[in-house]
Write a protein that binds this ligand. Structure first.
Ligand SMILES: N[C@@H](CCC(=O)N[C@@H](CS)C(=O)NCC(=O)O)C(=O)O
Length: 305
């Protein structure tokens, strides 16, 4: 089987969502360390402009956004399933709520506490990334609000654990646990497990220790140049366009796909694949040849060119 390659950096909480899934699955995977700010010259030939972290590569197929990355990992590594049969929708819906809500209030808590200590290059990059000026004073002043929101939302998860279950949906971890681990890990890593609001959430803290114990599987570091060579030597897997898709898009049509929230850089190419929850673009680059870049549908804007 073709190797799983994760392009990421150690401090990325969305990458931690994926690393913990690889730990639960005890997967063997390859790791490429990428910069935590732009430019990312060795990622762009693969992703076509998508700049967020992490990105998953399997040969000449590039998967963007953890929504899709987790689905792809689940398909390729079915052991220790993260999408329990009959509960796929519930688990993915929970993950979406966590990614799009809890994550941002947790970022507010962390950046409010440490924002003034971060390098100017990081602040400038994140201002461009989010479209809003990274203002450490404003972030610090917002701590009561972001902490309150984080507390309120994490309390929902704390309540789920109140009956003594080990994980959010029962005795085994699911995608929802990996998603929740992202913001909880971020607060713990940067501020410690006694930081507010974790100090009021003992079940979440105990749950996060159980999650941490899964580790990150068996990781082998490779260079960005090696990853580019792997893409160049591979061919993208065949995909198909759903002729009944409500968008009316047709195979080979020229399109762009752009995240609707942060890092809004369009990726352009020819439509290679379309399903209800995935859109795939064929493109090429002199350093990697032909690749297909895959995105989730939810949270991504498609435009015809
Ligand atoms: N919706 C994306 C969010 C990814 C995201 O925002 N990642 C952060 C790092 S945790 C990021 O890209 N920051 C800017 C960067 O790394 O360049 C996903 O699920 O993958």
């Amino acid at each position: 089987m073709t190797d799983i390659i994760l392009h990421h950096y150690a401090g990325s909480p969305f990458a931690e969502k994926v690393r913990i899934a690889l730990g639960i699955k005890q997967a063997a995977w390859k790791s490429v360390d990428i910069p935590n700010v732009m430019p990312k010259p060795d990622l762009m030939p693969l992703s076509g402009g998508y700049r967020k972290t992490p990105v998953l590569q399997v040969g000449a197929d590039i998967y963007c956004d953890t929504q899709l990355i987790m689905m792809e990992i689940e398909k390729r590594l079915p052991a220790s399933p993260l999408l329990p049969k009959g509960k796929e929708g519930e688990v993915r819906g929970l993950a979406m709520w966590i990614d799009r809500n809890i994550f941002w209030s947790a970022v507010g808590v962390v950046m409010g506490a440490i924002g003034d200590k971060l390098p100017d290059a990081f602040k400038k990059d994140r201002s461009e990334f989010s479209g809003r000026s990274f203002d450490a004073d404003k972030l610090r002043a917002s701590i009561p609000m972001t902490r309150d929101q984080t507390y309120a939302q994490l309390t929902l998860a704390e309540t789920m654990l109140a009956d003594g279950r080990a994980y959010l949906l029962g005795g085994e971890p699911t995608l929802a646990d990996c998603a929740l681990y992202n913001p909880v890990w971020f607060i713990k890593e940067r501020l410690g497990s006694t930081a507010s609001p974790l100090d009021r959430l003992p079940r979440i803290v105990a749950w996060s220790e159980r999650m941490k114990a899964f580790g990150a599987g068996s990781r082998q570091d490779i260079t960005a140049a090696e990853a580019l060579e792997i893409a160049k030597a591979a061919k993208p897997a065949p995909t198909g366009v759903d002729a009944n898709d409500p968008s009316g898009l047709k195979a080979s049509q020229k399109i762009s796909v752009t995240p609707d929230d942060t890092g809004r850089v369009p990726v352009s190419g020819e439509l290679a694949g379309l399903t209800a929850d995935r859109i795939s673009i064929a493109r090429s680059d002199p350093r990697v040849g032909d690749v297909v870049v895959h995105f989730p549908r939810a949270g991504f804007i498609i435009q015809t060119l």
